[in-house]
Design a protein around this ligand. Structure first.
Ligand SMILES: Nc1ncnc2c1ncn2[C@@H]1O[C@H](COP(=O)(O)OP(=O)(O)OP(=O)(O)O)[C@@H](O)[C@H]1O
Ligand SMILES: [Mg+2]
Length: 257
């Protein structure tokens, strides 16, 4: 089957130091692809290259059969790529529903803020966005929380609000950068279940994790980065058995919990 996303030989440096160096990743439709690696390995940089927040300095990125590496982030979003960034936080002073609506505004024609003009088209768009945001909250199991202030939610549910925000634009490819970071065991479990459900619904995902046990449990395939390079790629079982991975990563800092 043709890949939904093909990252081929992509590089990016900052001040002459490569954060990502000739990295290639293939993600098949419907796959949950894990990305692991120690701090500073280039994981978040790779996601920004895919999302368009950073420009690749070499290589190509193909999504659904077309080159996207020169498109700005909002064009990629409209093509169906959504990103939940590392450490992203909810907007305080807004309800859970409003937080999710921001995700849809990012990809509509008029954009956030134009709603104040109250033109008929904008009112229709606003209704449509509200409806889609409600559906997205339902998908992550937070329908009952729609009207509550987002900051009143426990951290695990705030994370789910961010996932809903990304889902609001009905993406085909969802990038999750350490979605389980800082969550307690029960919250991680709930998040893992949500991710399983999204996968069962056919969503293709690329997910960065620090916790090796967490990523290898959920992922179909895993790419391991170290110092900006891919040092291994394979099934979770292959990754766990790879001597280079064990030496570079598993043996050191992160012990499966
Ligand atoms: N905007 C930037 N300017 C300068 N250097 C950067 C920038 N973004 C990332 N880097 C550097 O690139 C390297 C890779 O960073 P990146 O954030 O991609 O790593 P990571 O694998 O996501 O790490 P972590 O597990 O800590 O999130 C690091 O050395 C980092 O300091
Ligand atoms: Mg990171």
């Amino acid at each position: 089957m043709a890949a939904l996303l093909s990252v081929t030989g992509v590089s990016r440096s900052f001040g002459g130091v490569f954060a990502v160096r000739e990295v290639s990743v293939e993600v098949a439709p419907g796959e949950l692809h894990g990305v692991i690696g120690p701090n500073g390995a280039g994981k978040s940089t790779l996601f920004k290259l895919i999302g368009g927040q950073l420009r690749a300095q070499g290589g190509t990125i193909t999504y659904a059969g077309r080159r996207i590496d020169r498109l700005p982030p909002h064009r990629r979003a409209r093509l169906g790529i959504a990103v939940v960034f590392q450490g992203a936080s909810i907007f305080r002073g807004m309800t859970a529903l409003e937080n999710v609506m921001v995700g849809a505004h990012a990809i509509t024609r008029s954009g956030f803020g134009s709603g104040v003009l109250r033109l008929p088209r904008h009112r229709r768009e606003e209704r449509d966005i509200r409806h889609r945001a409600g559906k997205a909250l339902e998908r992550v199991g937070l329908a009952d929380w729609a009207g509550r202030p987002a900051e009143a939610l426990p951290l695990g549910q705030q994370r789910a609000v961010q996932v809903a925000r990304a889902l609001c634009g009905e993406p085909r490819l969802l990038l999750l950068d350490e979605p389980a970071a800082g969550l307690r065991a029960a919250e991680r479990e709930a998040l893992a279940q949500l991710i399983e459900e999204l996968r069962a619904g056919g969503l293709t995902m690329l997910k960065i994790e620090h916790d090796v046990a967490f990523v290898t449990r959920l992922a179909d395939r895993v790419t391991v980065l170290d110092l900006g390079r891919v040092i291994a790629e394979g099934t979770p079982a292959e990754i766990r058995a790879d001597p280079e991975v064990i030496a570079a990563y598993l043996g050191q800092e992160v012990v499966p919990r």
